[in-house]
Design a protein around this ligand. Structure first.
Ligand SMILES: *[C@@H]1O[C@H](CO)[C@@H](O)[C@H](O)[C@H]1NC(C)=O
Ligand SMILES: *[C@@H]1O[C@H](CO)[C@@H](O)[C@H](O)[C@H]1NC(C)=O
Ligand SMILES: *[C@@H]1O[C@H](CO)[C@@H](O)[C@H](O)[C@H]1NC(C)=O
Ligand SMILES: *[C@@H]1O[C@H](CO)[C@@H](O)[C@H](O)[C@H]1NC(C)=O
Ligand SMILES: *[C@@H]1O[C@H](CO)[C@@H](O)[C@H](O)[C@H]1NC(C)=O
Ligand SMILES: *[C@@H]1O[C@H](CO)[C@@H](O)[C@H](O)[C@H]1NC(C)=O
Length: 512
């Protein structure tokens, strides 16, 4: 299993060879800074006295920042560009304070863009008018990506594939919006404007929009949520008869429900392949509705995404069309009809290719429904308890409670489940190439310094401190642009970490 594998891997690589210790001591003596005691470069070997890396150093900790209806950011469509940037920075700084490690940023909620696009209009939710760029001009996705990476955070770009307008929206669509570009496939349904997933034009357009972002922006992942075909509105059929008939007239034999699922499946498969063909390290993740079908597992009741959203995440895991799946387990731990642990256990059993499973948690229930903060803290613990079965983290919906410290949620998480930093777990099926180790590592007075990365592959620097039990505890995950850190007197281990989360060999440094 993944988690077990990586901790074994760490243990092996922290075993020192005496030869390197001697070499390190000599290099330490040669170093000009008086405060340097030893700098040890470790590449291989079998020295027995060396401690292990704390396995808690790996966990995915994401948060959704929703832009549709201005849920999390920007707080209002009438903010200036400067105010928007300030709000985003406050969110990222709060994420660092909370030891989170991934922003899931909604950049295309309704066939619109939170970035400069030739294919789609600027979002209404940014400026209050679809098609109007921020003023003074900046590119929010570019800005968010750069600022995330400086802080050692991943940025997952979140797209809604088919929604062209939200039901609560009341603004006019520009002629570059997909609903006006392909009006024959744009349907008003339950107050939304929804594109037909069965139309090749729609499939191609959504695909092109996403690949364009993969090409032009340094995003870490592409993310979809639970919206595929729309949630059914009181017995009204989704009006795709013409598209289905066109399919049948070209010899298609699938029943309508299978055909609809196939339309979604094809987009996912094509995206999985297309994204990785562009950049092998850009991950693809989906956070589907938390129930596949009622009765799975036994006793679970509720809505069937398989039969109503035409989404089949069980198949996507089986086929390996996602790098991670984040089922939205938006219910409490106890009630048996949608039990959080029962559903999580079921999803963990549907994962033959050993992809990562991160649970989606409904953090906002603490202010919408009065859930105690302890419910969410306990849910994180339940997910964490199953790390050996590839339950490797959580994504919180949404940022607002963390942003506004609703019910003291910041301190509750920080003093308990998120008291220490963690790095996203490694996806070994994408890459296992290790980066080069840090160079120029020196101990100064209560400080460690090193050289700026020249290779371009370093995403973060991981700093571990040796504790009394001889375990290396992760104390800092620093952005690629960092070259120094203030520390207390202790022995530390610094590693370079690449985009896949793979770590370099060790550089050990003692600060006196
Ligand atoms: C945005 O600000 C305006 C003016 O202060 C206010 O009338 C409006 O309700 C705000 N909108 C939201 C979504 O908060
Ligand atoms: C790295 O980025 C952070 C966040 O923007 C900034 O505070 C810091 O000064 C930058 N460091 C360097 C060495 O550029
Ligand atoms: C939507 O816009 C129309 C036309 O501008 C206006 O008459 C109507 O009151 C608006 N509805 C809402 C809910 O804001
Ligand atoms: C959609 O894209 C595929 C692959 O590029 C292409 O073969 C097909 O002709 C396109 N269909 C339409 C309707 O544009
Ligand atoms: C969050 O709220 C709690 C309780 O109101 C308070 O004690 C704490 O100082 C706040 N923390 C932050 C980071 O604002
Ligand atoms: C990191 O890269 C090394 C060298 O290619 C490889 O042996 C190792 O398995 C990788 N580690 C992880 C956790 O992926």
């Amino acid at each position: 299993m993944e988690a077990a594998q990586s901790s074994t891997e760490h243990a092996t690589r922290t075993q020192l060879n005496r030869r390197y210790m001697v070499l390190g001591a000599i290099m330490g003596l040669l170093a000009s800074t008086v405060l340097v005691v030893t700098v040890v470069f470790v590449t291989e070997g079998a020295y027995t006295d060396v401690p292990k890396v704390d396995p808690r150093s790996r966990e995915f900790r994401g948060v959704w920042v929703a832009t549709v209806e201005n849920i999390d950011w920007p707080s209002n469509t009438s903010l200036s560009a400067e105010q928007q940037k300030r709000e985003l920075i406050a969110i990222l700084d709060r994420m660092v304070e909370l030891n989170l490690n991934a922003l899931v940023f909604q950049i295309r909620p309704t066939g619109d863009a939170f970035y400069a696009s030739q294919l789609e209009p600027w979002s209404y939710y940014l400026t209050g008018r679809q098609g109007a760029p921020p003023s003074p001009y900046y590119d929010p996705l570019q800005f968010a990506t750069t600022e995330c990476h400086k802080r050692g955070l991943q940025l997952h770009a979140w797209f809604n594939p088919y929604r062209a307008r939200h039901k609560l929206a009341n603004y006019s669509l520009t002629e570059t919006n997909m609903a006006r570009r392909f009006p024959q496939y744009a349907y008003v349904y339950d107050g939304y404007v929804w594109m037909d997933p069965g139309a090749a034009d729609v499939q191609n357009h959504t695909y092109d929009v996403i690949i364009d972002v993969v090409r032009r922006y340094d995003v870490d992942a592409i993310h979809f949520d639970d919206y595929f075909y729309p949630y059914p509105a009181g017995g009204v059929e989704f009006p795709d008869t013409a598209t289905f008939q066109a399919y049948q007239s070209t010899g298609g034999t699938m029943p309508k429900s299978d055909w609809r699922r196939d339309n979604v499946n094809k987009l996912l498969k094509r995206l999985y392949e297309g994204i990785h063909a562009e950049k092998h390290y850009v991950k693809f993740g989906v956070s589907p509705f938390g129930i596949w079908k009622p009765g799975h597992p036994e006793g679970i009741e509720g809505f069937s995404q398989y039969d109503s959203l035409y989404a089949d995440p069980k198949l996507w895991l089986e086929q390996g069309w996602v790098d991670y799946l984040a089922p939205q387990l938006y219910w409490m731990i106890d009630p048996p009809q949608q039990s959080y642990p029962a559903l999580l256990d079921w999803w963990l059993d549907q994962n033959p290719l050993q992809r990562h499973i991160y649970t989606g948690n409904y953090l906002s229930r603490i202010f919408t429904d009065g859930w105690p903060v302890s419910e969410l803290v306990n849910q994180v613990k339940i997910s964490r308890d199953r790390a050996d079965r590839l339950s490797l983290g959580n994504i919180m919906f949404s940022m607002k409670p963390f942003r506004d410290n609703i019910s003291g949620v910041v301190d509750s998480f920080k003093s308990d489940v998120y008291s220490q930093p963690a790095m996203p777990p490694v996806m070994t099926w994408l890459d296992t190439q290790a980066p080069d180790p840090p160079t120029g590592v020196k101990a100064g007075e209560r400080e460690i310094t090193w050289n700026m990365d020249q290779t371009g592959v370093v995403q973060t620097w991981a700093l571990y401190r040796q504790n009394q039990d001889n375990i290396w505890e992760l104390v800092h995950v620093l952005g690629y642009n960092t070259t120094s850190v203030k520390v207390d007197a202790a022995t530390y281990l610094l590693r370079a970490v690449d985009r896949m989360g793979n770590e370099s060999s060790d550089v050990i440094v003692t600060v006196s």
